[in-house]
Ligand binder design. Structure first.
Ligand code: NAP
Ligand code: ZN
Ligand code: ZN
Length: 350
């Protein structure tokens, strides 16, 4: 095998089990680095994408946008990384670099012609389909890589690259902090990091979960309160409580009921990505000047800020490390909400 041919796990067709394959990474360009991937997290978005929930894609797809590893080669003009550095890649591997959003470090909202190039199942500037992190190595422009601080183990760092930043960015944007009441809906991969991050920012944190099954975990992770959404009393007793609700659920929820939990002027942010449109009654918003908003991952500078924040506050993901051949079983368990709290593939097992 040439150095550019790497072992990977790919979905061959929509809904088909992932299987072992090989893929070819591009030649190292002058601004590229090569990262030997050690760990790759399993995000629910990987599952939505390979199942075709979000529309047609070109197969095979190698998913994975929570990537942690070590730099093994650098292009001639690389300045920010050296061989041996710990490095990560999240959901973005390129963008136009010239639009207002790219210039502001908001590459996830690139409005240029190229748009945000996703780590997998996207078309890169070379016209080739990108392939993600369930693989032994990846080549990426150094400007789209992240530094993983020494204090964070690589396996527990991987999920920060998507799940971590997806919660960090809205917590910062809507100013979670002391004196603010924040609710996290869904204690899964995203939600458990939301609890840790919001707690570290000084907010009063409530988990809104389907049941009290994971209550002990939620409180241990930093939640102040833990309530079951299956209990109608939750919606009565917490009416008008929260400044900010972060909704990580991709199932149909009664959004108006959740909006009722916001205090005057509060915001509910949609992070979970349901297949079908959802509805909100205008009256659920206008009566108390409430907002229903959305947020997608975070830009490269904010992702670095989040990693540094996590190192400073001792925040890592709670993970279940698996071998590559367990990936299909792990997908089933994520779909069944049976994950505590992120599966991470040890890519040495591919
Ligand atoms: P996950 O680990 O599966 O967590 C989702 C949680 O949602 C579950 O743990 C469960 O929490 C809750 N849930 C599941 N089914 C539910 C139902 N029928 N009714 C109510 N609650 C339910 O998934 P994830 O990786 O955190 O991702 C969550 C969603 O965010 C996915 O749609 C993913 O594609 C999306 N996402 C968005 C972004 C973004 O940038 N906006 C980034 C990454 C992922 P409880 O057991 O506590 O109820
Ligand atoms: Zn993700
Ligand atoms: Zn742009």
């Amino acid at each position: 095998m040439s150095n550019n041919t790497v072992a990977a796990y790919a979905a061959p067709a929509p809904g088909a089990p992932l299987e072992k394959t090989t893929i070819t990474r591009r030649e190292l360009g002058p601004h590229d680095i090569r990262i030997d991937i050690e760990y790759a997290g399993i995000c629910h978005s990987d599952i939505h994408t390979v199942q075709g929930d979000w529309g047609e894609r070109q197969y095979p797809i190698v998913p994975g946008h929570e990537i942690a590893g070590v730099v093994t080669a650098v292009g001639a003009e690389v300045t920010r990384y050296a061989v041996g550095d710990r490095a990560g890649i999240g959901c973005i591997v390129d963008s136009c670099r010239t639009c207002d959003n790219c210039r502001a470090g908001l590459q996830q909202y690139c409005t240029g012609e190229l748009g945000m190039v996703g780590t997998y199942a996207a078309t890169g500037r070379d016209g080739e389909q990108t392939q993600g992190g369930y693989a032994q190595a990846i080549v990426v422009d150094e400007n789209y890589a992240l530094r993983i601080p020494e204090g964070i183990p690589l396996d527990a760092a991987a999920p920060l690259l998507c799940a971590g930043i997806t919660l960090y960015s809205p917590l910062r944007h809507w100013q979670a902090g002391p004196g603010k009441k924040v609710a996290i809906v869904g204690l899964g991969g995203l939600g458990h990091l939301g609890v840790k991050l919001a707690h570290a920012m000084g907010a009063e944190v409530t988990v809104l979960s389907q049941s009290l099954r994971k209550k002990d975990d939620g409180l241990r992770l930093g939640a102040d309160h833990y309530r079951a959404t299956s209990d109608p009393a939750t919606f009565e007793e917490l009416a008008g409580t929260f400044d900010l609700i972060l909704n990580t659920v991709s199932a149909d929820l009664d959004l108006d009921a959740y909006l009722g939990l916001l205090r005057t002027g509060g915001t509910m942010v949609q992070l979970g990505a349901p297949e079908k449109p959802q509805s909100v009654s205008p009256f659920a918003l206008v009566a108390q000047r409430k907002s229903y908003a959305g947020s997608m991952i975070g830009g490269i500078p904010e992702t670095q800020e989040m990693l540094d924040f996590c190192a400073e506050h001792g925040i890592t993901a709670e993970i279940e490390l698996i071998r590559a051949e367990q990936v299909n079983e792990a997908y089933e368990r994520v779909i069944a909400s049976d994950v505590r709290y992120r599966f991470v593939i040890d890519t040495a097992t591919i």
